[in-house]
Design a protein around this ligand. Structure first.
Ligand code: GLY
Ligand code: MN
Ligand code: MN
Length: 439
């Protein structure tokens, strides 16, 4: 689909901001993703590289953007696949260099085959090259070759960049703080994903299979022009205790819980939501007791989410509440503080409480500065996802708790006044869930 004027302006603003940050002595090279083979001559559904799409909105594989702040002949240069009647009949439309200029606002655009020959003149006279090494080894080699070539001819005038900086140090700081247009998309992605979880709760019955519930969720995504933003986890019973369970092939049984971790991606931005609910529609006493602890832990974490507070605090708070709960439930013996100091809580809570969320489910942006968790700022989006997982056969624990795996995960935007839960459209308390499933 062609970008709207508003989308074009948004990408222009992002490029302008990146160029302001890297300065006029620099140049940045940002490549698109390549297609990946699924089997023989078929490919996985193409997904554009997040950095590239953030800056250009250009949807085709293999393209390369070069950003050159202050360059007289244009700051935004795109190398793209050429128009090709035959290939377009088989594989789909291509914008070509002309379309790259007309539809995507490139100041200059050329056929990809000209990349190497034109690169030296784009790099010449720039001191710093911003580029992410190691993702596309073939492109690394091509850039290195042209840098070398420039060094050789520099004796005759031109100069090659002398400093290579990882592009993400600048770009990922920008991506970490979401702009209003991004927040709108994330709100919508979370809203539809919440709706998909509601649909899962409504359609779960003993005897249905995990993949059937996954299909309900994915149908809701697709009905809104969305795709899963990561592999959906639909784990009934003991499967809920496998953190990255993706088989989704077991039959659901009455008496078991079902843990669903699924989020849809809308225009490149994903949600990441987990809910856990009883297959039968009613929690058992033990399930409810564990659930209430996890819910309480999520509330403790949420209380820490506001500007200025260390982004390490939600995990500290959730861990504390969970560990106190583990003692109350009889899963652990001792004092919470001492148990945490010895990492004993990790037997039942072995992951972190959140991560940045955005274009990538585990989104970019540094967590620590000078070894310390950075403070929250408006525009950051983080998940809050405490859980407790009591693996079947855990000998130290009463068997009535075996196989209970619970996680509650929401997507939280930090704003001026505190935070906004983007994924609040799906029930979370025991009462709300049982009511919805009864209805
Ligand atoms: N769905 C991946 C995660 O929760 O981190
Ligand atoms: Mn997550
Ligand atoms: Mn998740």
């Amino acid at each position: 689909m062609k970008p709207t004027p508003a989308q074009r302006q948004e990408h222009t603003d992002r490029r302008t901001e990146l160029m302001r940050r890297i300065g006029r002595t620099a140049v940045a090279i940002v490549p698109a993703a390549h297609e990946a083979v699924r089997a023989r001559d078929t490919h996985y559904r193409f997904r554009q590289n997040s950095d590239f799409t953030y800056l250009t909105g250009f949807p085709e594989p293999e393209a390369i953007a070069v950003l050159i702040p202050g360059r007289g002949d244009g700051e935004f240069v795109l190398f793209v696949r050429p128009k090709d009647r035959e290939r377009e009949i088989w594989d789909g439309r291509r914008a070509g260099p002309q379309g790259a200029r007309r539809l995507y606002g490139a100041d200059q655009a050329w056929d990809l085959s000209e990349f190497e020959t034109r690169l030296p003149q784009l790099l010449a006279g720039r001191e710093v090259l911003h580029y992410t090494l190691g993702e596309l080894p073939e492109l690394d080699a091509r850039i290195a070759r042209q840098m070398r070539h420039l060094r050789e001819v520099s004796r005759r005038g031109g100069a090659a960049p002398t400093t290579l900086v990882a592009l993400e140090t600048t770009l990922h700081e920008m991506r970490l703080i979401k702009r209003p247009a991004e927040i709108e998309l994330m709100r919508r992605a979370a809203q539809v994903s919440a709706q998909a979880h509601v649909r899962a709760m409504r359609t779960t019955r003993p005897g249905r299979f995990e993949w059937q519930i996954a299909a309900e969720i994915h149908a809701e995504f697709e009905a809104h022009d969305m795709q899963p933003g990561y592999g959906s986890i639909v784990g009934g019973g003991d499967n809920a205790c496998i953190l990255h369970y993706v088989e989704n092939d077991a039959k659901l049984r009455s008496g078991d819980l079902l843990l669903i971790d699924a989020g849809g991606e809308l225009s490149g931005y994903t949600a990441d939501i987990t809910r856990t609910f009883p297959v039968s529609g009613t929690f058992s006493a033990e399930q409810k007791a564990v659930y209430e602890v996890v819910l309480e832990a999520q509330k403790s974490a949420l209380r820490q989410m506001r500007p200025g507070v260390s982004s390490g605090k939600p995990h500290e708070a959730a861990t504390r509440t969970l560990t106190e709960g583990m003692v109350d439930l009889g899963l652990l013996k001792g004092k919470a503080e001492a148990l945490i100091a010895q990492d004993k809580h990790r037997q039942f809570y072995m992951h972190g409480t959140g991560h940045w969320l955005g274009m990538d489910v585990h989104d970019v942006g540094r967590y620590k500065m000078q070894g310390r968790h950075r403070p929250f700022e408006p525009g950051m989006v983080m998940t809050v996802e405490p859980g407790l997982y009591i693996a079947p056969g855990t000998r130290s624990v009463n068997r009535k708790f075996w196989g209970i795996g619970i996680r509650i995960e929401d997507d939280v935007l930090i704003n001026k006044n505190g935070h906004e839960i983007l994924s609040s459209g799906v029930p979370k308390t025991v009462r709300e869930i049982e009511q919805l499933m009864a209805g």
